[in-house]
Design a protein around this ligand. Sequence first.
Ligand code: WQD
Length: 321
Amino acid sequence: MTVAVTGAAGYIGSHVAHLLAEAGIHVLAVDDMSAGLGSRIEQFPLVEIDLARDEAPGVLRAAFAQHQVRAVVHLAARKAVGESVEQPMRYYSQNVTGLANVLTAMQQSGVDRFVFSSSAATYGMPDVDLVSEDQRCEPINPYGETKLVGEWLVRAATRSSDLRAVSLRYFNVAGTGRPELADTVVANLVPILLQRAAEGVPAAVFGDDYPTPDGTCVRDYVHVADLAEAHVRALTYLERDDRPHDVFNVGSGTGASVMDVVEALSRALGQEVATVVEPRRAGDPPRLVASVERISSVLGWHATRDLDEICRSAVEAARAR
Ligand code: WQD
């Protein structure tokens, strides 16, 4: 069977594509190559297309038929929070229209298994210790809005057709499963810390006066190789007839502060990562940690790699470059 992976040339998408291939599943890569790297997907056939364009459903229909696609894992999206505030129309077009086009093509082709890449950004600023999937979603930026609207669209499609789907809400994804698939975009905490350390300049810690144990923000860091495995579990789950849930958090279930990450990365590097405290960043929740009860009991998935392993793998990949 073939699974189409949109966004396959990206950091997370390529981990998913390679894991599926290791499991003996054929992969059809779909990517606009605007941010992805060809080197990550050399072994897969590629449909190069901007999914938000009008012709996308027709192009996908032909590709699904040619490659006998049975399921789609949809990761292709814009994901920079700050940029989404500046360019909301672009984000809605890429993330929502792109999704609608994929679902249209699936419906027209009779492809009825779908895994959607959603985000903890759908929650906004929840004031709870562990966020469960039943928490009210109140995203605070257009990026998070597009992911929540995406979940609604996916759910509506499951009600209006034979589509079977799950949405996976990713928490803070980091690390690498193999050096050649590493995150090359310096936008999130771990890559930023690594880059600053390499440049020999202190990294910014955005606020140390939060109501957390060490005053810095707490997040749930999940290894990208664990996250990729959650997609494979989700695809298997969609084969079952008794599917009680359609949304799952994907996190480790444990919180780590910015300073915890700095310390773990310092250990992995074998040298102190210098930091300087800067003012709080707008829109940062003090704490965002997943409840992983549902994904563990329903999909039988839990993270197996801890923060030290995340940092070690990121360091190893940076040294291999
Ligand atoms: C992590 C922590 C910062 C940079 C984002 C998106 C979210 C999801 C994951 C996709 C925060 C602190 C950061 C720095 C710092 N994306 N920090 N200095 O904001 O938790 O989540 O990525 O779905 O939607 O919002 O991730 O890596 O930017 O920050 O102190 O130079 O590190 O304040 O507490 P974030 P992040």
